[in-house]
Design a protein around this ligand. Structure first.
Ligand code: NAP
Length: 246
């Protein structure tokens, strides 16, 4: 299967590192133009420059998805180009046991992981509907399916993204815009670097494939969902957890 997306533009949030950066790089190999967005302006420009140097097409976009002017920033981007593929990937954790969790930790996580998807998608989807073509990919987590102690805020945000995905898929399917979620398990990134060696080994023992995931494991799933070939798949959650949760 040869996935080609020439002439399409993808906005990938959280493309300054980790899973988002890998998605930006892999999507660029399909010929799509990539808007690499994150708060670290210099880093997203570097990622875009590296993609361009490798023969792809990309631009770095400084974007704080929690800022009050996020919709305005998206509208500015849409004045310059259409966005055919939206990957709502940026996300944070702010873990604590529920009884100790500060309201700020709850709010920060919900604003970053969930509210941003509402604001950005609502701006981007209008043009997709007019064009009768679009791909929306929301980065959930298996934690949103199975829960995880110390992550009530994160689990709630990731479970909510799944509900958001399914409801929106039903609303806009008739316009040929697909909406899907990816639920990664534990992937080797800055987010999982904090695990102790012991915690990591225990975790690996519980994973059917006996290893943590790599960012490319998730990136390939995103490229597939963005493809022409995935045009009959909508409202689903693609589990990329190595069998940690089935
Ligand atoms: P990461 O390495 O911590 O990267 C997070 C990305 O989000 C960075 O590019 C960061 O860029 C961006 N970001 C955070 N807050 C932002 C904001 N307010 N505005 C714009 N960008 C923001 O995380 P990751 O592991 O790659 O995770 C990516 C996604 O996958 C997240 O949604 C995460 O919940 C999900 N996920 C990860 C795992 C895992 O094991 N790693 C598992 C399941 C799901 P700046 O700091 O430059 O803004």
């Amino acid at each position: 299967m040869n996935i080609r997306l020439e002439g399409r533009t993808a906005l990938v949030t959280g493309a300054s590192r980790g899973i988002g950066e890998a998605i930006a790089r892999r999507l660029s190999q399909t010929g799509a133009h990539i808007l690499c967005a994150a708060r670290s302006a210099e880093r997203v420009r570097e990622v875009a420059a590296e993609i361009t140097a490798a023969g792809g097409s990309a631009a770095g976009v400084e974007l704080d998805i929690t800022s009050t002017n996020v919709r305005e920033r998206i509208r500015e981007l849409l004045e310059a180009q259409s966005i055919d593929i939206l990957v709502n990937n940026a996300g944070i954790t702010e873990d604590d046991l529920f009884l100790r969790m500060k309201t700020e930790a709850w709010t920060n996580v919900i604003r970053t992981n969930l509210d941003s998807a509402f604001h950005i998608t609502q701006e981007v989807v209008k043009k997709m509907i007019r064009a009768r073509w679009g791909r929306i990919i929301n980065m959930s987590s298996i934690v949103g399916l199975m829960g995880n102690p110390g992550q009530t805020n994160y689990a709630a945000s990731k479970a909510a993204l799944i509900g958001f995905t399914k409801a929106l898929a039903l609303e806009i399917g008739s316009r040929n815009v697909t909406v899907n979620a990816i639920a990664p398990g534990f992937i080797e990134t800055a987010m999982t670097d904090a695990l102790t060696q012991e915690a990591r080994e225990t975790l690996e023992g519980r994973i059917a494939l006996k290893r943590l995931g790599k960012v490319d494991d998730v990136a390939y799933a995103a490229v597939f969902l963005a493809s022409e070939q995935a045009g009959y798949i909508t409202g689903t959650v693609l589990n990329v957890s190595g069998g940690l949760y089935t």
